[in-house]
Every structure is written in structure tokens, then in C-alpha cells.
Write a protein of this length. Structure first.
Length: 157
């Protein structure tokens, strides 16, 4: 009887966790900023705390992080570029490591963003980096400019 109760409790926790993940994904589609983290602190980013960076907007959690980024953007540049893709300001157009055309079957989740590569060799380099994968993909300014393009907002009038 105790096993049945333990199993039921674990199943309930699992269902609640899956529901929370689904809700987070739904919120991110409604509001891309909902999933964005401050590139300096990792805290939740706020819409009113933003700055222009490399053709897009980067969102911060507070004035202090925004000011620190303004002083030295190199400390948060990779995370800022990742955030600009995550928030839909930029989209991928080529492999972030080589600039070559991508293959859909090589796609990985990198920092909350689906990123595809030109080959399994590039994919493997990013997979090997594990938690540092966003830095591998988003740290180089020139490679970012070759691999990601600014999303043009279309006028609906």
C-alpha cells in the first residue's frame, strides 16, 4: 500500500512539473521577454530596463546591471546576443561556427534557442561544451553577424 501511495505521489509531482514547463513555453510565445534573463546577473529581465546593442535591444533586471553592461559589454555580450535571438529580434540564417548553410537534423537547444549547424562536427563541438554552449555559439561578434540576421518588423498597415 505504501508503494502505491509513493508511486501516486511521484506521478502527481511529475504531472505538475510537466504542466509548469508547458506553461513557461506558452508564456514565452505570448511574451518573448518572459523567458529572458539579465545577461549580467541571470535574474529575470524587465522590459523597462533595456539598452541598444549591436542592432537590437538587450534587457536587464536593474539599473546597476544595465550600467555595468554599458561600462564593459564584453562580460555579458554572449548572453546578450543569446537573449536577442531568444526574444525574436534575430533569427538564424547560417551555422554559427562556420557560416555555412545549416541542416535541420543537427539542431540543438542552446540557451533556450533552437540552433542548427552545418554538420555533426560543429554540433559535436557545441554539445561537448555543455553548460558553456551559449558562449561557444554567441560569443564571437563577427560569427554572430554571419549566422544571425535582424528580424525586420513588418508594417501591418
Amino acid at each position: 500500500m505504501l508503494r502505491v501511495f509513493a508511486f501516486a505521489a511521484l506521478a502527481a509531482v511529475g504531472l505538475l512539473s510537466m504542466n509548469a514547463v508547458a506553461e513557461d513555453a506558452k508564456d514565452a510565445k505570448k511574451d518573448p521577454l518572459a523567458a529572458a534573463k539579465c545577461p549580467m546577473s541571470g535574474e529575470a529581465a524587465k522590459a523597462d530596463q533595456n539598452a541598444e546593442f549591436e542592432g537590437g535591444k538587450v534587457y536587464f533586471c536593474c539599473d546597476e546591471c544595465k550600467a555595468n553592461f554599458a561600462k564593459d559589454s564584453s562580460k555579458g555580450a554572449a548572453k546578450a546576443r543569446n537573449q536577442m535571438v531568444l526574444t525574436g529580434q534575430f533569427e538564424q540564417k547560417a551555422c554559427p561556427l562556420t557560416g555555412a548553410p545549416t541542416k535541420a537534423e543537427t539542431a540543438l537547444n542552446v540557451g533556450g534557442v533552437k540552433v542548427a549547424f552545418c554538420c555533426n562536427n560543429c554540433k559535436g563541438k557545441v554539445e561537448k561544451a555543455k553548460d558553456d554552449a551559449p558562449a561557444v555559439v554567441f560569443s564571437d561578434k563577427e560569427k554572430f553577424a554571419k549566422a544571425f540576421t535582424k528580424v525586420e518588423v513588418k508594417n501591418t498597415k
